[in-house]
Design a protein around this ligand. Structure first.
Ligand SMILES: Nc1ncnc2c1ncn2[C@@H]1O[C@H](COP(=O)(O)OP(=O)(O)OP(=O)(O)O)[C@@H](O)[C@H]1O
Length: 281
């Protein structure tokens, strides 16, 4: 299939649905476009389908129906296309998935492995690659921790190493699955600010699943709200109204922050670890 023609299109999912074994419907057939440089937050209750949507974008979860189409590569229909797509699509995970007994630098170098053959990765990577990894650590403010074992770093520092590893991959797109779910509010803000600033500077498309409404409103260019395995809201944060929240949180009493709080986040809600708790108030 030919790549999709559109100047700012990064990725399209077309009638893509996911049903897990046991007939668990996780995502109804969905068509949606993601654009270059856009910072999209996926919002929704636990089980709404955020991780499934996110992980299907690089076929970590294989769609049961429909397809993922890269603007550059076309439909992800062959192993080669999926590999090339994954090479340019970095992931940041909730539990960062670092090798804890390795140094920060060694972990960041893992981001380069997609560019090397299996046998080549058995040997130290060239100096040029090590310098790139060090530069990535520097961008997340951790150059001085390069030779520190990851298990000696704080949770926030570990997640910054996870971001540096993603950057070392020189991605066109970053998929982040609840990257701040295990962090305290102040650290969460720092990590999300860092991620947004780097994506803006480098023109990286970011798609991030979050539970915290206030962070979604503060950081996103676009919010996609999911409920019951389908998209129920897809627009800029300023368009998000109480009725949309009611739909995303299906009837739970969602709390929409005051208008000026969207540009100036509220410390009181930042203390709340997730919207799931906030809406239960
Ligand atoms: N590997 C799997 N096998 C079977 N069912 C699964 C699997 N992964 C997820 N599910 C189910 O698919 C649905 C969507 O799950 P998903 O993890 O995408 O939701 P989520 O919105 O990311 O939730 P959370 O915020 O808790 O991570 C849920 O009903 C979940 O139980």
């Amino acid at each position: 299939m030919e790549p999709v023609q559109s100047s700012d299109l990064m990725l399209r999912i077309e009638k893509m649905g996911v049903t897990y074994p046991g007939n668990v419907l996780a995502l109804r057939p969905t068509t949606v476009d993601f654009h270059k440089g856009e910072y999209t937050v996926l919002l929704g209750l636990s089980g709404a389908g955020k991780s499934t949507l996110l992980r299907s974008l690089n076929h970590l979860v294989r769609p049961s129906t429909g397809k993922v189409i890269s603007a550059e590569l076309g439909a992800l229909e062959t192993i080669t296309t999926v590999r090339r797509h994954r090479c340019k699509t970095a992931m940041v995970f909730q539990h960062h998935q670092l090798i804890e007994r390795h140094t920060a630098l060694q972990n960041v170098l893992m981001g380069r492995l997609a560019y090397h053959s299996t046998w080549r990765s058995l040997f130290p990577l060239p100096r040029q690659e090590q310098e790139l990894a060090l530069h990535c650590l520097d961008r997340v403010g951790l150059a001085e921790k390069a030779l520190t074992r990851v298990d000696q770093l704080s949770g926030g520092q570990q997640q910054r190493v996870g971001i540096a590893r993603a950057l070392a991959q020189q991605p066109a797109m970053i998929l982040a699955d609840e990257p701040v779910a295990s962090l305290d509010p102040a650290t969460s803000e720092r990590v999300l600010t860092l991620l947004r600033d780097i994506c803006r500077e480098d023109g990286i498309t970011a798609i991030i699943s979050l539970h915290q409404l206030e962070y979604a409103q503060r950081f996103a260019d676009r919010i996609i709200g999911l409920a019951n395995a389908q998209i129920v809201f897809d627009a800029a944060p300023a368009q998000l109204q109480q009725c949309h929240l009611d739909e995303i949180y299906h009837g739970a009493p969602g709390v929409l922050p005051e208008a000026d709080e969207t540009t100036n986040p509220t410390p009181q809600s930042a203390n709340t670890p997730s919207i799931k708790l906030e809406i239960a108030q």
